[in-house]
Design a protein around this ligand. Structure first.
Ligand SMILES: NC(=O)c1ccc[n+]([C@@H]2O[C@H](COP(=O)([O-])OP(=O)(O)OC[C@H]3O[C@@H](n4cnc5c(N)ncnc54)[C@H](O)[C@@H]3O)[C@@H](O)[C@H]2O)c1
Length: 336
C-alpha cells in the first residue's frame, strides 16, 4: 500500500496532526493530483476552533485544505483530456446530488502530498502563474469575485465598503477596483490591513473602532451611503456597523462565517430604505477559469498575495499565525 503525509483534523477532539495515510487511487472520472501548494484560510481556523462543523463529512476526521494547485500524477478511467504532468487548480468544492460539498471540509482536501479530484473540478493552470498564486484562486479570490459580481451585483461607479482586508477582503478590494466600483472604503482594525487595502486599490481605509466611521463614509459618498457592503471578516459587530452606513436599496453581503446570531437593531430604517442582507458561499463554477484567464492576461496580479510558503509539517504554526495575525499574512501557503 502506497502512503502519503496528510494534515488531518479529528473532529470530536478538534486536534490537528500530520499523519501517514493511504495514498488514494483515482477511480473512474477522477485523477490523483500531486499537491504543489495549498492555502490556509480563516475557515480552517474556524474548523479547528469548532465554530464551523462539516455538514456532510461521513467520518470523524478529514484532511484539511480547500485551496489547492498541483500536477496530475495518476489518471483514473475516463479521465478525459487530462495527462500526467498537467498543471492544475482544483475547485474548492463539488456538487453531489445538487448539494455543495466543500473540499477539505466535507471530503479530503489538499494539505497532503496528493489529493483526489473529479475531472470536472480541475482547471488548467498556465505556466505563467506560479502554483502558490494559482492555489489561492479557488476561494481567496473566487469567493470575493462571486460575492462582488454575482451576489452583490456591484456595478461601475457604485460606492462600496469592504469589512476585513485579509485573504478574502484584500482580493475583494482588488476585484472591486477592477470592475470600477467607486469609492472603495475598506474597514479593518489592523493598521497593516488598512495599509494593504490602500495598496490594493481602496480609496479610503478606516479603523473599525473609529467613532467617526459613519460620518467619514457619509462624506466619502456625498451623503448617499454605500450601495454594497461586504463582510469579509466573519465578525458579528461588522454586520451592525455596515448596515448603518448602507444607503437606500443598499445590499450587505455576508461572506465571513460566524456561529453568532445576526442582529438588526434599527429594522425600521432597514425596511424604509428597502435594504437587503444576502448570504454568500463560494462562487459559480466559471469563477475560477475566469480568474485564471484574467491573471494570465495580465489584468489581475496575485504576486503580492502569498505572504510565506511553509512545509506541510508547519500547518499548525500557519493556522496559529493566521489566527493571531502574526506578520499580518494575506495568505500562508503549505508546500508538501
Ligand atoms: N462564504 C464563503 O464562501 C467563505 C469562503 C472562505 C472564507 N470565508 C470566511 O471569510 C472570513 C474571512 O476569511 P479570510 O481567510 O479572509 O480571513 P483573514 O483572517 O485573512 O481576514 C480577516 C480580516 O478581518 C479583519 N477583522 C477582524 N475584526 C474586524 C472588524 N470588526 N471589522 C473589520 N475587519 C475585521 C481582520 O483584521 C482580518 O484582516 C472567515 O470568516 C472565513 O471563514 C467564507
Amino acid at each position: 500500500m502506497a502512503t502519503m503525509r496528510a494534515v488531518r483534523l479529528h473532529l470530536p477532539t478538534r486536534t490537528l496532526s500530520v499523519e501517514e495515510v493511504e495514498r488514494p487511487v483515482p477511480g473512474p472520472g477522477q485523477v490523483l493530483v500531486k499537491v504543489e501548494a495549498a492555502g490556509v484560510c480563516l475557515s480552517d481556523v474556524h474548523l479547528i476552533e469548532g465554530s464551523l462543523t462539516p455538514l456532510h463529512l461521513p467520518g470523524e476526521s478529514v484532511t484539511l485544505g480547500h485551496e489547492v494547485a498541483g500536477t496530475v500524477a495518476e489518471l483514473g478511467a475516463e479521465s478525459g483530456r487530462w495527462q500526467v504532468g498537467d498543471r492544475v487548480v482544483l475547485q474548492a468544492g463539488e456538487k453531489r446530488d445538487g448539494i455543495t460539498w466543500t473540499r477539505g471540509v466535507d471530503y479530503d482536501g489538499g494539505w497532503a502530498e496528493y489529493a483526489l479530484a473529479r475531472v470536472d473540478t480541475l482547471f488548467a493552470l498556465p505556466d505563467s502563474i506560479p502554483f502558490e498564486q494559482g492555489s489561492i484562486i479557488p476561494d481567496a479570490v473566487s469567493t470575493p469575485w462571486g460575492a462582488v459580481t454575482t451576489t452583490g451585483g456591484v456595478r461601475p461607479a457604485e460606492p462600496v465598503g469592504v469589512w476585513g482586508v485579509g485573504g478574502l477582503g484584500a482580493h475583494g478590494v482588488q476585484l472591486l477596483r477592477a470592475i470600477g466600483a467607486h469609492p472603495i472604503v475598506a474597514v479593518d482594525p489592523a493598521p497593516a490591513a488598512r495599509e494593504r487595502a490602500l495598496a490594493f486599490g481602496a480609496d479610503l481605509a478606516l479603523d473599525s473602532a473609529d467613532p467617526e466611521l459613519a460620518a467619514k463614509i457619509g462624506a466619502a459618498t456625498g451623503g448617499a451611503g454605500l450601495a454594497a457592503a461586504f463582510d469579509f471578516a466573519g465578525v458579528p459587530a461588522v454586520r451592525e456597523q455596515a448596515v448603518k452606513v448602507l444607503g437606500a436599496h443598499g445590499r450587505l453581503v455576508l461572506v465571513g462565517l460566524t456561529d453568532q446570531p445576526l442582529t438588526l437593531t434599527d429594522s425600521i430604517r432597514f425596511s424604509y430604505l428597502q435594504q437587503q442582507i444576502l448570504g454568500h458561499y463560494g462562487s459559480e463554477e466559471e469563477a475560477v477559469p475566469q480568474l485564471i484567464a484574467l491573471a494570465a492576461g495580465g489584468r489581475l496580479d496575485f504576486s503580492r498575495s502569498v505572504s510565506e510558503v511553509l512545509p506541510l509539517e508547519r500547518a499548525a504554526e500557519a493556522v496559529e499565525r493566521l489566527h493571531s495575525k502574526q506578520g499580518n499574512p494575506i495568505r500562508l501557503i503549505l508546500k508538501p
